[in-house]
Design a protein around this ligand. Structure first.
Ligand code: KIV
Length: 268
């Protein structure tokens, strides 16, 4: 019998019983099959595709047409995992624009949930999306679409004021109806505190092991990003004899066991 599909209710139940959620980015049909077979719970068609597939410096140039194309490639092979698609830069600046963007990602791209970057300023947008049946994943901490405003890819929330803003933003997104939250590049203690204070699951990337789940960029965890491998990632393919499938299975195992990220991939 095929395993039941992962939904946002599945993820909430996993948080409730302390079962960690394994998420990876995915951009094409071939990898979708491999990630599904490895037991990855959530596939994120991230706008990181601008950097890892297109060779862009940032995610800013990624267009909605490009996101829809890659979401549809993944949706064609997706069977069990929950499929999330990123809303690209400046495609959700107003609630109306966000509804139109989400409509394309869900209807043409086949995603089950959309992800957007930002906090309290997006409360109205998140409420409009969820009211109209669009499940929303928030994204706080390091916001890659705001890299030019942030002045680089840096850990966020190190000082008291920054940490307070991220905490408050997390609660605001949850109260507006977000069903999931990604926390990127924040100190592990702050991420663990936010995870404990929210009822919705929190997926970390560079945010320590105290989250409800983990996400990595596929190319980073397969050791393919040789230019700028992030310090919080790990090459799961290195030294294996069982190839990509073995690396993906090992990632899922380590996330579920709570052994990834370890101290060497953790920001304090
Ligand atoms: O675009 C992306 O891949 C992401 C992850 C890094 C969380 O947002």
């Amino acid at each position: 019998m095929p395993s039941p599909r992962v939904t946002i209710s599945t993820l909430a139940a996993m948080k409730g019983r302390g079962e960690r959620i394994a998420c990876l980015t995915c951009y094409d049909a071939t990898f979708t099959r491999l990630l599904e077979r490895a037991g990855v719970d959530v596939l994120l068609v991230g706008d990181s595709l601008g950097m890892v597939l297109q060779g862009q410096e940032t995610t800013v140039p990624v267009t909605l047409d490009q996101m829809v194309y890659h979401c549809a490639c993944v949706a064609r092979r997706q069977e069990r995992a929950l499929l999330i698609g990123d809303m690209p830069f400046l495609t959700y600046a107003t609630p109306e624009h966000a509804l139109a963007t989400a409509g394309r990602l869900m209807q043409e791209g086949g995603v089950h949930m959309v992800k957007l970057e930002g906090g309290a300023a997006l409360v109205e947008t998140v409420a409009a999306l969820t009211t109209h049946g669009v499940p929303v994943c928030g994204h706080l901490g390091l916001l890659p679409q705001s890299v030019h405003r942030l002045g680089g890819y840096r850990v966020q929330g190190r000082d008291a004021a920054g940490a307070r803003t991220i905490r408050d933003d997390a609660v605001a997104l949850q109260n507006a109806g977000a069903g999931l939250l990604v926390l990127e590049c924040v100190p592990a203690a702050l991420a663990a505190e936010i995870r404990a204070s929210l009822t919705i699951p929190v997926i970390g990337i560079g945010a320590g092991a105290g989250c409800d789940g983990q996400v990595l960029v596929l190319h980073d965890m397969l050791g393919l990003n040789t230019d700028r491998p992030p310090s919080f990632s790990k090459d799961f393919l290195a030294g294996r004899s069982d190839g990509v499938a073995g690396a993906l299975a090992s990632y899922v195992r380590e996330v579920k066991a709570g052994t990834f990220p370890g101290p060497e991939q953790t920001t304090v």
